[in-house]
Write a protein that binds this ligand. Structure first.
Ligand code: DQA
Length: 149
């Protein structure tokens, strides 16, 4: 059974009440519970973590090396700014699927740039909670293909 970490970044603890017109009414708890449940249905052991702090997210990525097989990452606004997060992902050599609830490419120009995308297996954005489910499916397929290669 592969192990996957769902890692959520800044302000995502406020999901449900934060700009619902952009991010919907889904809470972080609903995201995490859905991921654990969907993960179990496709034989992934899912754990989750959220932090508002860049360094804590970097530590979580480092800690995933050797303990997790992949990461589903919504780095929030750090997506658009953090070379340190990008370097952390490169350093641990774990497959990362980038997720955003909103379609970052249809929003302000500063959200179009993602440092995470350049080191991720792929990016899913614009589908709300469903994006996390799709990311788990994508990561599962990726991990199985790697195992077969
Ligand atoms: C987000 C998009 C980011 O631009 C924003 O800063 C967030 C949430 C999303 O899930 O749509 O915090 O990552």
């Amino acid at each position: 059974m592969h192990k996957v970490l769902i890692l959520n970044g800044p302000n995502l603890n406020l999901l449900g009440t934060r700009q619902p017109e952009v991010y919907g009414r889904t809470t972080l708890k609903m995201v995490e519970e859905t991921c654990v449940k969907h993960g179990a249905s496709i034989e992934l052991e899912v754990s989750h973590q959220q932090s508002n702090h860049e360094g804590v997210l970097i530590d979580a990525i480092h800690a995933a090396k050797g303990t997790q097989d992949g990461i589903v990452l919504n780095a929030g606004a750090y997506t658009h700014t953090s070379i340190a997060l990008m370097d952390a992902i490169s350093s641990v050599e774990l497959p990362v699927v980038e997720v955003h609830l909103s379609n970052i490419h249809a929003r302000e120009p500063f959200r179009h740039k993602s440092y995470v995308a350049s080191v991720a297996v792929g990016q899913i954005c614009g589908f709300g909670l469903l994006g996390y489910v799709m990311a788990l499916d994508a990561l599962s397929a990726h991990l199985k293909n790697e195992g077969a290669a």
